[in-house]
Design a binder for this molecule. Structure first.
Ligand SMILES: Cc1cc2nc3c(=O)[nH]c(=O)nc-3n(C[C@H](O)[C@H](O)[C@H](O)COP(=O)(O)OP(=O)(O)OC[C@H]3O[C@@H](n4cnc5c(N)ncnc54)[C@H](O)[C@@H]3O)c2cc1C
Length: 338
């Protein structure tokens, strides 16, 4: 395995400070309906049950996220919101991100909790984003279920993600600090040997067809002595444009056994960093088309069978369980070709 960074794990990383966990690349909760993936990761580390909760701060209110209809009457805008909810179309409008959200919750709620958050997170007007960003992520609930995810299996690794990643890598030969591009293949693989690519394909092909667009985040962590828990849920969304970060994260929420320890860590997530965290699904489909061209180049490579796996290489907004699933599928294909 060749890794450009000097540590393994990519975005999935847990650090500890005086016994308190934090995640320098963002909050990670393992959730999946794929039982084979769950059984695999659970074999390598112990997961504690954790049902992820998110809240959203709007002026003096702090509501559940996704929004719950029974909490909305506390908003000053409720009469207008109620009128708009009664006029919603039967199906969401999938023209773009903005039309989708507006048709799901009405203009007022959209303006209050989605519009500015999205402008901060993606650095563009929401109508320039594809509706696919919102499908399965933006909801208006009426069932009082306050967990973010509904997957059958949900949890957090008791000793953090580094433990899981290192256990998964146990049999692998690991080379750190080595960025790999297509020009390095002759050095790292024999002719005909299959290679699984997990880097962004524009990086792998030295940007030959132009750059793919990415959005990145930067996290700032603050250790707070003398406080057991500093916020109402592990993640608090901040849609207010006057607040420069998009959300705050307190990973400690995942480990109930630590809740009485009198110190904690809060991370503030700032948008717009030069990092490859989120592929940008523009509503015109430009990035998707460029990724398809890079995938065609990958398929046309003759010296080695090349397979893409993971968020970067497939230019997709996938979760850890899907990345593990793609890794398993790639391993099967490697076994089949080699
Ligand atoms: C802020 C944030 C929050 C998230 N929260 C969750 C969550 O709660 N639950 C969940 O399931 N998922 C979550 N995810 C998604 C999760 O991080 C990804 O699914 C997972 O990281 C995918 O792994 P990957 O291997 O595809 O990519 P990465 O984690 O990015 O790993 C790719 C690795 O390849 C290395 N690399 C890149 N280019 C090269 C190169 N040219 N040569 C050598 N090495 C290279 C990188 O250094 C990196 O180590 C979140 C992601 C982000 C950004």
């Amino acid at each position: 395995m060749y890794e450009q960074a000097d540590v393994v794990g990519g975005h999935v990383r847990t650090e500890w400070l005086r016994g308190i966990p934090y995640e320098p690349h963002g909050a990670h909760i393992f959730h999946t309906d794929d039982s084979a993936v769950w059984n695999l990761v659970s074999k390598f580390t112990d997961f504690v049950p954790y049902q992820h909760r998110v809240t959203i701060r709007m002026r003096s209110h702090q509501l559940s996220w996704p929004l719950q209809r029974d909490e909305l009457p506390q908003l000053e805008e409720w009469p207008q919101v109620e009128r708009e909810l009664s006029l919603l179309p039967p199906e969401p409008d999938t023209t773009n991100f903005e039309t989708y959200c507006r048709s799901l919750m009405g203009q007022t709620l959209y303006d209050l909790c989605i519009r500015n958050y999205t402008m901060k997170q993606w650095g563009r007007d929401p109508d320039k984003l594809s509706a696919s960003v919102a499908v399965n992520r933006v909801e208006l609930r009426g069932d009082s279920y306050r967990g973010l995810f509904r997957d059958r299996h949900q949890g957090w690794p008791e000793r953090g993600y580094a433990d899981l990643v290192e256990a998964l890598l146990e049999p692998a030969e690991i080379h750190l600090g080595q960025p790999i591009t297509c020009t390095d293949l002759a050095e790292i693989a024999r002719p005909g040997e299959p290679v699984v690519i997990t880097s962004a394909l524009d990086d792998f092909f030295n940007g030959e067809l132009g750059p793919l667009e990415w959005r990145g985040v930067r996290l700032e962590s603050e250790f707070i002595p003398g406080t057991k828990l500093a916020q109402a849920s592990m993640v608090v969304n901040e849609p207010d444009l006057a607040v420069p970060w998009t959300r705050t994260i307190e990973t400690k929420w995942a480990l109930e056994k630590l809740h009485d320890v009198p110190r904690t860590i809060i991370m503030r997530e700032y948008p717009g960093a030069a990092a490859k965290h989120y592929p940008v699904p523009d509503s015109a489909g430009r990035n998707k088309a460029l990724q398809a061209s890079y995938e065609a180049k990958l398929a046309a490579h003759t010296r080695n069978p090349l397979m893409a796996a993971g968020r970067l290489a497939t230019y997709s907004y996938i979760n850890m369980d899907q990345a593990v699933r793609q890794g398993l599928d790639a391993a099967r294909r490697v076994a089949g070709t080699h």
